[in-house]
Write a protein that binds this ligand. Sequence first.
Ligand code: NAP
Length: 281
Amino acid sequence: MPDATPADAPVFRPGLLDGQVALVTGGGTGIGLGISELLAELGAHVVIASRKAEHLDAAVGAITARGHRASAVALDVRDHERVKAVVQEVAATHGRIDLLVNNAAGNFYAPSATLSPNAWKSVLEIDLYGTFYCTQAVYPIMAAQGGGRVVSTSMTLHYRGWPLMAHATAAKAGIDALTRTLAVEWAPQRIRVNAIAPGPIPTEGVRKAFAPPADSGVPDLFAAAEEKMAEYARTGIPLGRWGTPRDIANMVAFLASPAGDWITGAIFVVDGGEWLAKPPM
Ligand code: NAP
């Protein structure tokens, strides 16, 4: 399990995001939940959007129980019309959308030779199409209000060959391209478009995704003994620990703050140095 980390300590001033409205896709679990929690702690009203009521209700309940502002909306980011309707509804209710966090994803290991068209399509539609649909939908609102910020969640696995992840690496490479292109295209509207590439963070979602097919010969790190997991974190990651959702949330908060005013088109690797050090699979 992740060691306790200083990254979990509060580092931003209270009220930093007072009055802001943030829409976080997949914000009810894992990294997205960490992002939702920190943005709300810093004063933003966070609207969490994903498919499952149990994720949405639990996240909003936990955030509001601490006295912060959050609400939920049911959304499948693959549904273009629904994305547009939800974004318009959020803007109508709150008067603005300052920050969109594209965090929803659905990744899993699968051999490329037998990957079904449906599996390929599903991952591309959630990770890449969903990111584009949501980003395109907030454009008119952010342009009309004089600016806004988009932060998408990428990964580092496509920086080199990563077997069994053709679908997710293709989708995330597309997100990187989208980030750079939209950053330039929408800079005149003062819409900053950035991405974060997290390293390994043992959320429930990633534990499921990293459970490779039994016959693939790929070791399932997260099903290994606790001791081996801890050893991998100590020796495989230069900074010696797993990441936490708060590590990523801190970068989102930084980009959402005035410190991010002159940053656009950047893809921030937040991974303890893992991808640079990791031997090829
Ligand atoms: P996670 O807990 O499985 O989160 C994925 C979220 O996406 C869930 O809240 C899920 O909520 C939502 N979602 C899935 N399909 C959706 C859809 N069609 N429409 C709307 N929402 C949908 O995974 P995580 O580990 O926190 O990952 C979060 C992000 O970080 C992902 O983009 C992932 O690729 C990226 N990332 C993670 C790691 C890591 O090590 N954890 C590393 C690199 C990158 P519902 O089920 O309620 O829809």
